[in-house]
Write a protein that binds this ligand. Structure first.
Ligand code: DQA
Length: 141
């Protein structure tokens, strides 16, 4: 059966390309998604991509995809304080990989703490859009 993976982009990531470009780069979310979709075709993965600005929407998506090959999540600011998203990740069978575009460990102190990563298989941070590609590699293998 074909592997199924979903990507969840958290709040404010819809503004990629215009938002703090010195940190997040000039590529838009549409460009990032196009790159992921073509990588998924090459890796023979069925890939679906979502972007949510609210916590509840993210939790609903996690519940809905509780038994698939994998989930790649960039919880954005929720990373640092959402116990509800951490609990949702813990509640499902699907392995979840947390990704960040920027290196959350070399920015403000509050960003180096990830509540959500406690529930994940692992965290890939600081490689821009390549963080997502690495996560796809991990989940496929
Ligand atoms: C981010 C890092 C978070 O600290 C921040 O709130 C984001 C983006 C990243 O991808 O580098 O919105 O998750």
């Amino acid at each position: 059966m074909k592997k199924k993976i979903i990507v969840i982009h958290g709040p404010n990531l819809n503004l990629l390309g215009t938002r703090e470009t010195e940190i997040y780069g000039n590529n838009s979310l549409t460009e990032l998604n196009a790159m992921l979709l073509s990588d998924a075709i090459a890796k023979e993965i069925e890939l679906e991509i979502f972007q949510c600005n609210s916590e509840g929407e993210i939790i609903d998506l996690l519940h809905k995809h509780s038994d698939i090959t994998g989930i790649i999540i960039n919880p954005a600011a929720y990373t640092h304080y959402s116990i509800a998203i951490m609990d949702a990740i813990k509640s499902i069978k699907t392995p979840v990989v947390e990704v960040h575009l920027s290196n959350i460990h070399n920015r403000e102190d509050f960003r180096s703490n990830s509540v959500t990563a406690r529930a994940c298989l692992g965290q890939i941070t600081g490689f821009g859009s390549f963080s997502y590609i690495l996560a796809l590699d991990v989940l496929v293998k």
